[in-house]
Design a protein around this ligand. Structure first.
Ligand code: UDX
Length: 427
């Protein structure tokens, strides 16, 4: 099938690459001319393992194209997928300005029957609203069907998650439209859930809020482990062995960040409040996540003790998680800002990014960052950090103390090298 994808962000690009790879002809469009020019030359604007290769392969095969002329492809393709961003507005709601822009463009182009797939994460009722808006703008209802088809990919493993999803959720008013969307993915081995549009929209918000809840829950249990000198890693393993709970997203650490959890948790709160529902649990999830960085800050201050000089802290990792160059809502950055505010010197290193942050000194490798450091914080679980040359690190540091912000290091190994290890919920 010929598919027009609107939005060449994380979701749009990955979906475009995978749909082209399984045999469709995909036209991915974006308003950003610079981005499209680069994509046409095979330069990918984000770091995502495997994405560059998959895009290049399908461009070569004549299955994947990038263009700024979205109206042309909206008019030509029978299937249009909306994958534009829905960032957090000031009041916590999802900002629908980009979606609205696409709908206005669509209203001017629909002349033949279209399936419009809503991939962007949107509040419940959006598909209905789009349907009404298109009709209000004079588009004949018989010419289009809106289908909600949320995306569950994670940055860093986006290709794997799109090729082998746990499930594909398709929310449609008519079963014919749902089946057409199911056909798009027929070459993927997965299970399909065909449901109504409102339910599909809510599944996305509820999934992200639930995963964020798992993380805040384990971080709260880690606080109890700290108080009782118990090991959260063991507690987490034991909890996860219960198939009703499952082992994933039970890794205690600095808390969650990224482009989805913080924004979607806020948006869920907003849509609930609009119906006079107070989400106590979701509020608590946010609160725990916010205070998680302070737990580490206290550990750092405690380890450094009272000092007359300005302690030097090395921070490894700035992205919100490993294998991405995304720093949106990164807890590592929140921590760096708080360290600076406390009056510490911060020397940081990340394998991919060095964002402008007042008073943070960016280093060109992890070893440069630890020179003369009083303490090292591992804030993102990049594999390069897990496999560091600990002998070298120890020789460079002033005090051999490691604060493991992701409980990701092999504690026995670093202790063997003579470091003092501080995690969260680690006795
Ligand atoms: C998330 C959802 O997983 C995905 O389904 C949705 O489509 C988009 O949002 P993403 O934000 O890319 O994906 O990454 P994810 O792996 O979910 O991690 C989110 C944050 O939680 C990261 O900051 C990560 O470090 C943190 N995290 C994750 C934990 O602190 N503990 C865990 O056990 C898992």
């Amino acid at each position: 099938m010929d598919i027009c994808i609107i939005g060449a962000g994380y979701v749009g690009l990955t979906t475009a690459a995978v749909l082209a790879d399984i045999g469709h002809t995909v036209y991915c469009t974006d308003v950003d001319e610079e981005k499209i020019k680069k994509l046409q030359q095979g330069i990918i604007p984000i770091y995502e393992p495997g994405l560059t290769e998959m895009i290049a392969k399908n461009q070569e095969k004549g299955k994947l194209f990038f263009d700024t002329d979205s109206k042309r492809y909206m008019a030509d393709c029978p299937c249009i997928m909306i994958a534009v961003g829905t960032p957090s507005a000031k009041n916590g709601s999802a900002d629908m300005v980009y979606v609205k822009g696409v709908i206005d463009a669509l209203s001017q182009t629909i002349r033949t029957p279209k399936i419009i797939i809503l991939k962007s994460t949107v509040p419940p009722g959006t598909a209905d609203w789009i349907e009404a808006d298109l009709q209000r703008q004079g588009v004949d209802k018989r010419l289009f069907e809106i289908v909600s088809n949320p995306e569950f990919l994670r940055e860093g493993t986006a290709i794997e998650d799109t090729v082998h999803p746990d499930r594909i959720v398709i929310g449609a008013k008519q079963s014919e439209a749902a089946l057409k969307v199911q056909e798009l993915y027929q070459n993927l081995q997965t299970q399909f859930l065909i449901t109504d549009r409102l339910e599909a929209e809510l599944i996305k918000y509820a999934s992200n809020a639930f995963l964020a809840t798992k993380i805040s829950f384990i971080n709260e249990i880690a606080r109890i482990c700290d108080a009782y000198h118990a090991d959260i890693m063991e507690v987490s393993r034991g909890i996860g062995m219960d198939r009703r709970i499952g082992p994933r997203f039970l890794q205690a650490g600095l808390g969650y960040g990224g482009s989805c959890f913080p924004k979607d948790v806020n948006a869920l709160n907003y849509v609930a409040a609009a119906k006079d529902i107070q989400l106590d649990l979701v509020q608590a999830v946010k609160k725990i996540n916010r205070s998680q960085v302070d737990i580490y800050l206290n550990k750092i201050t405690h380890s450094l003790g009272k000092r007359s000089d300005k302690p030097r802290i090395a921070v490894w990792g700035a992205t919100f998680k490993e294998n991405t160059d995304d720093i949106r809502y990164s807890q590592a950055i929140v921590l760096m800002k708080k360290l600076i505010r406390k009056g510490y010197q911060v020397y940081a290193y990340d394998p991919l990014v060095s964002p402008k942050l007042s008073s943070v000194v960016w280093c060109s490798n992890p070893y440069e960052a630890v020179e003369q450091a009083d303490l090292l914080v591992v804030a993102t679980a990049w594999s390069a950090f897990l496999e560091a040359d600990w002998d070298r690190v120890k020789a460079l540091m002033k005090r051999p103390v490691i604060v493991d912000g992701r409980n990701c290091l092999n504690r026995k190994t670093v202790e063997m090298y003579g470091f003092e290890y501080v995690g969260v919920g680690r006795p």
